[in-house]
Design a protein around this ligand. Structure first.
Ligand code: TGC
Ligand code: FAD
Length: 392
């Protein structure tokens, strides 16, 4: 036997984190272990999010954690990334809830809203008293959101919204939705609107039959002559770049978060391999098992290093959308490979929920697709690196 080293000690980036960053990460890591892990297997089986935990999440400061003011924690982007990593180590649905709330609902209200709108909604959202959702995708408009058909028609001091949004995280439980629509009185320019639950013509049916992100509520948004006050228009939104700006925030969080899944799969496979014996030896002693451990460790190291680098760039306000595309594309693919290896390394029991790996594998399929599919980010990078736009 030789001395065992931790993956953290080999990656050796701990000393590059401040005490504040480590404290934010450790607080969420402890909460996930003590409060979330005991309930996630049943939540996943039942296909429900443990809504009773939302006040505790708000107390941890995870909603809009990188926003200053309005009751938000005001963390830097590295701390926020580490928080998302720890949430997603628990379950991608848990990280999704926080990503949508912070990056896709609070961020557009902060960035494209006026002060009155910020004061009205941001404290409700940071405290978890309100849950929000983000309606961009439609049944006929996914990777190409510019082709959306949802419309907003000005009618005196109101707008009338019509259309259907599909695949919307949290819509069945949301108190409000940030909805993107083409404004008919502005030559079809895309604008953002806040629609509150209870408004006539606003329905949010659940999408049933999901085998991925089972602990995350996903639904549609049906807008049928839905009449909202004109004051609910986000006045500084305009054009496809507004929703895409929100996606840049959320994609960066996903890139950080998904490595938590890879870390959980790695830890599970290493522990299992050291315990489980075949041919009178721990299976971790076999060369092919060790090769997979080495591959997984290297992918996690690369992902973490990329996250830290891009997190620091974001804190310097230098991070660009194409860098975020590379980050999301790389880290999600790496986690998908790590999780697949871990599943095989657990043998038969790996297909059950006795271990978290199969649940992570199922979840990753959504993460691979949402917030820009793997192929969309490939082409975003291809466009930047060649100057040729393959989407056009
Ligand atoms: P394109 O001509 O490239 O851009 C239009 C305007 O937008 C600007 N822009 C961006 N701005 C900020 N961030 C980005 N990532 C941006 N990408 C582009 C661009 O500069 C331009 O501005 P301007 O001033 O010239 O008007 O637009 P395109 O129609 O060619 O589309 C490009 C493409 C395919 C990359 C884009 O449409 C895209 O990203 N498609 C993927 C759609 C997507 O990701 N949907 C996600 C829906 S939300 C979701 O999945 C939530 S899951 C949440 C969870 O549970 O965690
Ligand atoms: P399509 O765009 O039809 O793509 C199908 C396939 O074709 C993909 O493999 C894609 O990569 C490929 N493809 C498409 N265009 C090209 C191209 N030009 N070149 C090469 N390949 C291409 N949306 C929201 O607005 N809000 C949410 O909260 C939200 N939450 C979601 C939660 C879940 C669980 C899921 C699964 C999705 C969610 N989405 C949400 C929607 C998500 O963003 C879309 O599913 C995603 O953008 C892809 O769109 P699509 O499903 O219509 O697939």
């Amino acid at each position: 036997m030789s001395e065992r080293q931790s993956l953290d000690s080999i990656i050796a980036i701990e000393h590059l984190l401040s005490d504040e960053e480590k404290a934010a990460r450790n607080a969420v890591r402890g909460w996930v272990r003590e409060r979330f892990m005991p309930v996630i297997t049943k939540s996943h089986r039942d296909g429900v999010f443990p809504m009773q935990l939302i006040p505790e999440l708000a107390d941890l400061g995870v909603f809009g954690a990188n926003i200053e003011g309005y009751g938000c924690a005001g963390m830097n982007n590295v701390s926020y990334g580490l928080v998302l990593q720890e949430l997603e180590r628990g379950d991608s649905g848990l990280r999704s809830l926080c990503s949508v709330q912070g990056s896709l609902v609070m961020y557009p209200i902060l960035t494209y809203g006026n002060e009155e709108q910020r004061k009205k909604w941001l404290p409700e959202l940071s405290s978890g008293r309100m849950i929000g959702c983000f309606g961009l995708t439609e049944p006929g408009s996914g990777s190409d959101p510019g082709s959306m058909t949802t419309t907003a028609k000005k009618d005196g001091s109101h707008y009338i919204l019509n259309g259907v949004k599909a695949w919307i995280t949290n819509s069945p439980v949301a108190h409000l939705a940030v909805v993107w629509a083409k404004a008919l009185d502005e030559d079809g320019a895309i604008r953002g609107f806040v629609v509150e639950r209870g408004t006539k013509g606003f329905e949010t049916p659940t999408i049933e039959g999901k085998w991925s992100l089972r602990a995350s509520p996903t639904g549609e948004i049906h807008l049928t002559d839905c009449r909202i006050p004109a004051a609910n228009l986000l006045p500084n939104s305009g054009g496809l770049k507004s929703p895409l700006g929100c996606l840049t925030q959320a994609r960066e969080g996903i890139a950080w978060g998904i490595t938590g899944v890879a870390m959980d799969c790695f830890d599970t496979a290493v522990s299992y391999g050291l315990e489980r014996k075949q041919f009178n030896k721990p299976i971790a002693s076999f060369q092919m098992y060790q090769e997979q451990i080495a591959e997984m460790a290297t992918m996690i190291a690369t992902s973490q290093m990329m996250s830290l680098h891009y997190g620091r760039l974001k804190d310097e306000k230098k991070l660009t959308p194409v860098q975020v595309s590379m980050h999301k594309r790389h880290n999600v693919r790496a986690a998908r490979e790590v999780a697949k290896m871990a599943r095989g390394m657990l043998g038969g029991i790996g297909i059950t929920d006795a271990y978290p790996v199969m649940r992570h594998i199922m979840n990753i399929e959504s993460v691979y697709t949402y917030e820009g599919t793997h192929e969309v980010h490939t082409l975003a990078l291809g466009r930047a690196l060649t100057g040729i736009n393959a989407f056009a």
